[in-house]
Design a protein around this ligand. Structure first.
Ligand SMILES: [Zn+2]
Length: 175
């Protein structure tokens, strides 16, 4: 797994103290609609997927967080000069970023072939692990274990009880 410590340092304010970065992948080539001035960096940790938009990284605001268990499919597409990783995310609603305007499948484009493969493999592995857990004792989708269903913060991925109005970790409004 390739981890760029510079990227980890740049994301320091977003990462949790106990969070372990396992892979960093940065856009190298510009796809349609992309721009060399604003490469996107994808960070996978032991807890969640984080997508950073370098354009406003200084502001530490333009990033999105996707919990692995909300990823429903991962697809790799090799192009001539670069590759893309496509992911589908369940219950993820944002008006900007990877899945803006209600897009069903988000594309992380402009990746080096090796980087794209590594990212797709990593996310697929995560998916398998979650499916194994789900087959164990938890029903798929929204869970109810007697405590009520859970919600996941769209900002940081923290799990909270469904009735919660604000994220217990970052304070973002839930629902
Ligand atoms: Zn949160």
């Amino acid at each position: 797994m390739a981890v760029d410590q510079g990227e980890v340092q740049a994301a320091k304010s977003i990462l949790w103290p106990d969070e372990k970065v396992e892979l960093t992948v940065t856009q190298r080539r510009v796809g349609p609609g992309g721009s060399m001035a604003t490469p996107t960096t994808v960070i996978t940790t032991d807890k969640r997927l984080i997508i950073l938009n370098r354009a406003s990284l200084g502001m530490r605001k333009d990033y999105e967080v996707i919990p692995y268990r909300q990823i429903t499919s991962v697809r790799l597409e090799h192009g001539i000069i670069s590759s893309s990783v496509f992911i589908r995310v369940q219950g993820y609603d944002r008006d900007q970023g990877l899945l803006k305007n209600g897009k069903e499948e988000g594309e992380i484009d402009g990746l080096r072939n090796n980087d794209a493969k590594e990212l797709a493999d990593y996310l697929s592995k995560r998916q398998e692990q979650i499916e194994q857990v789900a087959e164990g004792d938890e029903p798929q989708g929204q869970m109810d274990n007697g405590m009520g269903a859970y919600v996941y913060c769209s900002k940081c991925g923290t799990k909270d009880n469904a009735g919660a109005k604000f994220c217990s970790k970052c304070g973002a409004r839930l629902g």
